[in-house]
Design a protein around this ligand. Structure first.
Ligand SMILES: NC(=O)C1=CN([C@@H]2O[C@H](COP(=O)(O)OP(=O)(O)OC[C@H]3O[C@@H](n4cnc5c(N)ncnc54)[C@H](O)[C@@H]3O)[C@@H](O)[C@H]2O)C=CC1
Ligand SMILES: O=C1O[C@H](COP(=O)(O)O)[C@@H](O)[C@H](O)[C@H]1O
Length: 257
């Protein structure tokens, strides 16, 4: 991708992982919701994704979008996800097709499919011996309104891809934590996404050729109930980290050479 890449939600955790990992690889245009505390190393603007004017200004001159901005809380109320996540994402797509953007990478979530974690399946599905897998071909099955908003973001991508031919990659991000996997949290360990794997999967999504994709964004954890095969096959994703390589916050094994 030679053209500038718009990164919304640049001030958040996922934005930090991306910029720390692949900040030098692209000409970024960052969008913050409020003025950043420190002067960023990249071109930036401040705006709200639910404002047509702000989104239009953000999209000006970019060739690809990584859309992270939104309310990330699993318990977020409807008013918030309706405005920040659903309306914001629709405005982003509308502006992207008007600008002729090639690729749109959308931060979807494990919560788009959270209700597959039924009482009968858990906690066994979080464990290494269990072979239950979701692979991205299943219908969404959200367990909260935040998950509904993420599933809706995926469907908006389907529509804008089919109607306007924009390439769309929905990454159902698991649980991003810095340094080590969540401690004493089996579900979080099964869907851990390390910072470097987070940056890498987003780089893959910016570089690969595809039409419309839904992939899972987790590290190569021994415990897993999300398949990462589609991300490997279509995007060339090659994750380095594995929650099984940690004992609490301490790394006890190195990635395979
Ligand atoms: N951190 C994680 O483990 C996961 C994150 N995600 C998704 O990834 C995205 C980023 O998440 P995080 O970085 O963790 O959240 P975060 O809260 O750290 O960052 C989100 C950013 O979006 C901005 N924002 C919120 N509403 C906005 C609006 N209306 N206009 C412009 N900016 C707005 C916020 O100011 C914030 O800087 C979210 O869409 C979230 O749903 C999905 C799955 C897991
Ligand atoms: O989508 C998201 O998922 C992660 C993991 O979910 P959790 O229920 O195990 O915490 C969450 O931490 C993050 O805030 C959210 O945006």
């Amino acid at each position: 991708m030679d053209d500038p890449v718009l990164l919304t939600g640049a001030g958040g955790a996922v934005g930090a992982a991306i910029l720390e990992g692949i900040g030098d690889a692209y000409e970024w245009k960052l969008m913050f919701h409020s003025p950043p505390a420190e002067e960023p190393d990249h071109d930036y603007l401040v705006g709200d994704v639910s404002s047509e004017d702000d989104v239009g200004a953000a999209m000006d001159g970019v060739g690809a979008v990584v859309h992270l901005a939104g309310d990330p809380r699993p318990e977020a109320p409807w008013d918030s996800v309706l405005s920040n996540n659903i309306d914001g994402t629709q405005k982003m797509y509308e502006a992207a097709v008007a600008e002729g953007v090639e690729k749109f990478v959308f931060a979807s979530s494990n919560h788009a499919v959270g209700a597959f974690e039924t009482d009968e399946r858990t906690p066994e599905m979080y464990r290494t011996a269990d072979d239950y897998r979701l692979d991205g071909t299943e219908l969404p099955r959200p367990g909260n309104l935040y998950g509904v908003s993420k599933a809706t973001g995926e469907v908006l991508g389907r529509y804008y891809h089919d109607e306007h031919d924009i390439s769309v990659c929905n990454i159902r991000i698991g649980n991003l934590t810095r340094g080590h996997p969540p401690i004493d949290y089996e579900r979080g360990q099964a869907m851990w996404l390390s910072y470097r794997d987070c940056a890498h999967i987003h780089e893959c999504a910016l570089e690969a050729d595809y039409g419309f994709e839904i992939v899972y964004g987790i590290s190569d954890n021994d415990r897993k109930y999300y398949s990462i095969e589609r991300a490997k096959d279509v995007l060339g994703y090659d994750p380095q980290d594995n929650s099984a390589h940690f004992d609490g916050d301490e790394r006890v094994a190195e990635p395979d050479a």
